[in-house]
Ligand binder design. Structure first.
Ligand SMILES: [Ca+2]
Ligand SMILES: [Ca+2]
Length: 439
């Protein structure tokens, strides 16, 4: 340990050396169907292990329920209206010239920055983000063969599952874990920022067949909801094209998603074994947005329902006082950038709109007045919502295309839209004002 006096006079590189390493673990399209989030079937021992060593945020939300806008908001620390990124085609740098993205900022602060797999949406990295960026893909054919099918008769290409031949390393995520481990084992004189982006459970639902085995089809139930669930949902709440799966196809879809989740979890486990859950490393694990598995009659993301906007988020690090704790405060992915800066003792660059979660890392019950905020587009109209500790309140085109209020205290699955309930009038007015105030 350096004494306070020695620290004062130590050269910057020695101090930089003493900074915590950071392991950022991003998972594509991962909803909260995980062991530690209470799912009765899905096996995720390594995500669960991470949660036991850190703090699990039970009410974490993405800013936009699609890859590029969600990741752009997280990495720039700005809400979608500020980034101007609402789709997977627009490069963030074309809109956000003044922002310093998280990897580039850490690199400027003396970090060695490495990226393996999908952190930005593919192709959206900036020229100054990374010392090393790797995008491993298998050059073998075994992982493309096996038993599987398209669940829509080929109508929608992405509704495809495959219980593949070959090993983990015949799949991109197996190679991503392998490259991450190599980087973790290298000695270097700078602190490390390693960002690992797993590609599953994003479609197509391909995993080595042994990850399908814990999920025999007879164990998998289809989605259950009240028959009239959709009667109080504004049409704008759904994207324009619906893909209705039959009962058998729906169960196959769920099984494949669970298998891909367990496959990702096994790759995560390898990376955690190599990194250790060492106290000098801060680990952040998250999904970029959730996914419906047939709930509310929908089989994708791009909605503002809990299934699509709520994400797993786990933080492990020296700031976490109560290991294994659960925090129920509403938090959001744009909070991660200021949180990391706070934990590292670095100043934040200008323009960040999130809040440091450090008070919650130290005390998960700390008071917290910020709701989380998510937005989605419908053509040139916006749907915007707030997630408070109890409610989700949503306006479609400022209410012109409908509004929703769900009370998660009594209705966690969001079956009853209470926005027109006269007994909720005060709540609606209060949330309406709060939503109008989001910058
Ligand atoms: Ca995604
Ligand atoms: Ca309903």
């Amino acid at each position: 340990m350096l004494s306070a006096r020695a620290r004062l006079f130590a050269p910057w590189w020695l101090l930089a050396q003493r900074r915590q390493n950071i392991l950022l673990l991003a998972v594509d399209d991962l909803n909260t169907d995980l062991g530690c989030y209470g799912h009765p079937l899905v096996r995720t021992p390594h995500v669960d292990r991470l949660a036991q060593h850190g703090i699990r945020f039970d009410r974490a939300y993405c800013q936009y329920p699609v890859c590029n806008p969600s990741r752009t908001s997280l990495l720039s620390g700005r809400y979608p209206e500020r980034t101007g990124i609402f789709d997977n085609q627009t490069n963030p740098r074309s809109k956000l010239r003044e922002a310093v993205f998280l990897p580039e900022y850490l690199r400027r602060q003396g970090y060695y920055t490495a990226r393996v797999g999908k952190i930005y949406h593919d192709g959206m990295d900036g020229p100054d983000d990374w010392d090393l960026s790797l995008n491993p893909r298998p050059d073998t054919a075994a992982g493309t063969r096996g038993e599987g099918r398209n669940l829509t008769g080929g109508k929608f290409a992405f509704f495809r599952w495959l219980a593949a031949e070959g090993t983990d390393e015949d799949q991109p995520d197996g190679l991503i874990a392998k490259e991450a481990i190599t980087i973790l084992r290298q000695q270097r004189d700078k602190p490390l920022f390693l960002a690992v982006g797993f590609r599953k459970p994003h479609d197509p639902y391909i995993a080595p067949k042994r990850y399908y085995e814990p999920y025999p089809l007879e164990m998998i139930r289809g989605p259950e909801h009240p028959a009239d669930d959709e009667s109080d949902i504004p049409p704008a709440a759904y994207p324009p094209v619906r893909h209705n799966l039959g009962p058998l196809e729906g169960r196959e879809f769920r099984r494949a998603y669970y298998a891909c989740t367990s496959f990702m979890d096994a790759q995560l486990g390898k990376v955690l074994d190599a990194s250790g859950l060492a106290s000098e490393t801060t680990i952040v694990f998250f999904g970029d947005h959730g996914l419906h598995l047939g709930e509310h009659g929908w089989w994708n993301k791009v909605t503002l329902f809990e299934r699509s906007t709520r994400v797993p988020l786990i933080v492990v690090g020296p700031q976490v006082r109560d290991r294994g704790a659960v925090c129920r405060r509403p938090v959001e992915l744009i909070d991660l950038y200021p949180t990391l800066m706070d934990c590292l003792g670095l100043s934040v660059p200008s323009g960040l709109q999130g809040a440091s979660l450090r008070p919650l890392l130290e005390n998960p019950e700390a008071s917290w007045s910020r709701p989380a905020y998510t937005v989605v587009t419908r053509g040139n109209k916006l749907g915007r919502c707030l997630h408070t500790e109890r409610y989700r309140y949503t306006e479609w085109d400022e209410g012109r295309l409908g509004a929703e209020l769900y009370d998660h205290a009594s209705d966690p699955h969001e079956y009853r839209n209470l926005v027109n309930d006269p007994r909720r009038r005060e709540t609606v007015l209060e949330l309406k004002r709060a939503l109008a105030g989001v910058p």
